[in-house]
Structures are given as C-alpha cells and as structure tokens.
Design a protein around this ligand. Structure first.
Ligand code: PMP
Length: 409
C-alpha cells in the first residue's frame, strides 16, 4: 500500500493547520504514521478510500456520526432536495418543528427540543440549564462531555487556557459505584446542580445502578442529565434511556442523528427546557436546514428499517468471531470495545497490520458499526484480525508509535 499523497498533504498541513487536524482523535499521531492513511476523500456504504486510492472497511465511521453509511441514498436525497430551496434563512424553518416532534415521539425524556452543531454545545446548554433551574453551580460527572466546554476541559490534560478555579465546580464519581456519587453530595451539600453522565461506556450498568443515580439526584434536588451523544441512536431508537428504562430530566444527542451532517440536540422536561428562553443558547447555524433534513431522513430510515437491530446483529457476529480467535471485547454488540494490551507498540502494530489488510479501526479500541456493514465486511474483518493476531508478536512496527488523543486527569 502506498500513502504518498496522504503524506504530501500532511507535510503541507503541518505548516498551516495546528496538529494537522480539526479533531484530536483523527490526528496523524493517533495512527501509525508512515504505514497508515492520513487523508480520506470518499466513502460509499461501509467502505472508504484514501487520497492514494487505497480502500478500507471503516470501523471508525467518522468517530460515530455515520450510522447508516457513506453516500446513503435517502439521506443524500433529502439533503439535495433541501439544497434546492436553501441552506439557512432569516427566520426559522418548518424542519425544526418536524424533527423536534419526531424526537419527542421517540425519546422517552423529550418533551421539548433544541438543536445545535456540536455535542459540546448541547452538553454546555444542559449544564447551564441545570444551574439555572437549581440555582446551584457544581456538577458531578462521569464520562466525556466535550473539551470545548471549559467546565469539562479542566478535567483533562489539555486544559491550557482554562481558568483553574473551574476545577472546584466539577466533581467526578465512579461508574457502578453509588457510594462515590453519594460522597460528592455529602461533601457538597445543596451545591450540586446536576449529575451529567454517559449512561454506559464499556461496562454494563449493574442492576439498580442507573435507577440509583436517579434516586440520589431526586433526594438531593439535583437534575439527572444523560449525555447520549454516543449511546443515542445506537443502544435503541430512544437511546440508552429507553434501553435501560431510566428516564433522565435532560439528555443530549448528537453523532448518530443525521448520518454525518453536523447536528446535535438537547431534549428534556418542558419545565426545564423553557428556561432556554433566558439561558443563553443561540447559534447562527443551529437551525441550518441541510442537517435538519438529513436528521429527519436518518431517524425515519432508522425507524422504518430497524437499522439499529442490524448494527447489534453485525456487532454480535464480530464479537463472537473475535472471541474465537482470542480477542476479548467489552461493551454491547452495538458498539464493541477491543480489549488490547496496555502497550502502544502492540496497539500500533495491530492498526498498521489491519490497515495493510484493508481494515480501519481506531487506536481507542471502539468499533463503530453502521447499517451498511454487511456480514461479508464482518467476515473480512475477522479474517484480517485472525491473520494479524497470528503474527503480531513476531512482527516489527514499520510506522511510528501512536500516542493517546488526550488523557483524563
Ligand atoms: N459527549 C460525548 C459522550 C461525546 O462522545 C462527545 C464527542 N466525542 C461529546 C459529548 C462532544 O461532542 P463534539 O465533539 O461534537 O463537541
């Protein structure tokens, strides 16, 4: 495989684009430089092509947004149709109403909806709303909620430029450990506005855990916010809240909602959401219509074709195949997580050797499956994994060792 053009672009980018990427997790440092593509320029279904013409089955799926597939007809068609009428206007567009009604219909906690472009925008809105509603300022959290938020960036090693004082306002707790959450409420009585959490990442919730979090919030008059930017449109059509039958006060959705178009949503209880009349959450592009049209087409497609079940089914085949060849996974079938040795060289070799066999995965270990992944794709991936696992311990790394996108402190 030849990556010449990718490296020419990278060389140019390093002069004009800091870190040569717009998204940390897509940066060249997170892939084995030298023996991996750096720039992609097309996709179709579950396959992508890099600028040198190499083809890969993509298990990153744009870090999550590609839930149906690249170049997916009904969604492309909806975007093109809308493009003929306009992208953005000087007043709201009916698509805002139509998509919010659809989300209210399918997401259990959704009574009202507002849109924006990034997960960061909507998690920030949720935290502001909780502060406004409760009159308190501290937040308990568990998960990733967007480094564009000062209140979250302070919890990572990439917190340059963030006022240190914010450290006092964000309190971690452990997943599946209700005592760690109770301890934060005990230490900060009447000060915690909300618990914001990803309902699940890799570990399944222990019986009673999510309900327990909700109860602790209720007992302490704090709000429960589920950050469903990842779990939304993957665990179930109504998100992890539907799957686990635990209904939060507010929830944030993004990534999977519009098959790659930039759209995120904050949804929740009407009495809280109405405070958005005075909580500042307003963006020039928030009502941009190509993304809303894509969102409507994507969610309707998911509903009509039960695309989420297909992703679970493909994930199940992948996980059981991986187990047979000695590779463990965590998480659920809809988003398996590869258990890899804590060794960057080993991980880099795995990526490099998979790339050479036409399989694209991320160093983070998450496998994103979309509706366009076929059983053939899964079997091809399993064959590649099997070949690589046989040779990995006796193979040199040819590219550079990857680093981790960023560490949580
Ligand atoms: N919440 C979760 C759970 C996420 O995974 C992400 C992005 N990875 C975000 C929020 C932030 O989204 P964005 O990068 O679109 O701002």
């Amino acid at each position: 495989m030849n990556f010449t053009k990718s490296h020419e672009y990278l060389k140019r980018a390093l002069k004009t684009v800091p870190l040569a990427t717009q998204t940390f997790s897509k940066g060249y440092k997170y892939f084995p430089k030298g023996v991996s593509p750096v720039y992609l320029d097309s996709g179709d279904g579950s396959h992508v092509w890099d600028v040198d013409g190499n083809e890969f089955i993509d298990f990153i799926c744009g870090l999550g947004p590609i839930t149906l597939g690249y170049n997916y007809f009904p969604v492309n068609d909806a975007i093109i149709h809308q493009l003929n009428f306009g992208i953005i206007y000087s007043l709201p567009h009916p698509l805002e109403v139509e998509l919010s009604e659809l989300l209210v219909e399918i997401i259990p906690c959704a009574e009202m909806v507002r849109f924006s472009k990034n997960g960061t925008d909507v998690t920030n809105a949720a935290v502001r709303l909780a502060r406004a509603y409760t009159g308190r300022e501290k937040i308990a959290y568990r998960g990733y909620h967007g480094g564009g938020n000062d209140w979250y960036a302070i919890t990572t090693e990439k917190s340059l430029g963030v006022p240190r004082i914010l450290d006092n306002y964000i309190l971690p707790f452990e997943y599946n450990d209700l005592d760690s959450l109770r301890a934060q409420f005990d230490l900060n009585p009447d000060q915690i506005a909300a618990v914001i959490m990803e309902p699940m990442i890799t570990d399944s919730p222990l019986p009673g855990f999510l309900e327990g979090v909700k109860k602790i919030c209720e007992q302490n008059n704090a709000l429960l916010i589920f950050d469903e930017v990842i779990t939304g449109f993957r665990w179930a059509l109504g998100g992890a809240q539907e799957y686990f039958n635990t209904i939060p006060d507010l929830a944030t959705f993004g990534k999977g909602i519009a098959n790659g178009m930039p759209l995120n949503a904050i949804v929740g209880r009407a009495d809280i959401m109405r405070l958005l009349e005075n909580v500042f959450f307003s963006y020039t592009f928030a009502g941009e219509c190509l993304s809303l049209a894509a969102g409507l087409a994507t969610v309707n497609e998911m509903k009509d074709k039960n695309t989420i079940k297909h992703c679970w089914d493909m994930g199940k085949i992948l996980r059981s195949g991986l187990k047979t060849i000695g590779m463990d996974t965590l998480g659920y079938d809809c988003r398996p997580y590869l258990v890899m040795p804590n060794n960057q060289v080993w991980r880099s070799k795995l990526l490099e050797q998979l790339f050479l066999r036409g399989i694209m995965i991320h160093i983070g270990g998450f496998i994103n499956i979309c509706f366009s992944h076929s059983e053939d794709d899964i079997n091809n991936a399993l064959n590649a994994f099997e070949d690589v696992l046989k040779i990995i311990d006796n193979t040199e790394l040819h590219g550079e060792v990857t680093t981790i996108a960023f560490k949580r402190l």
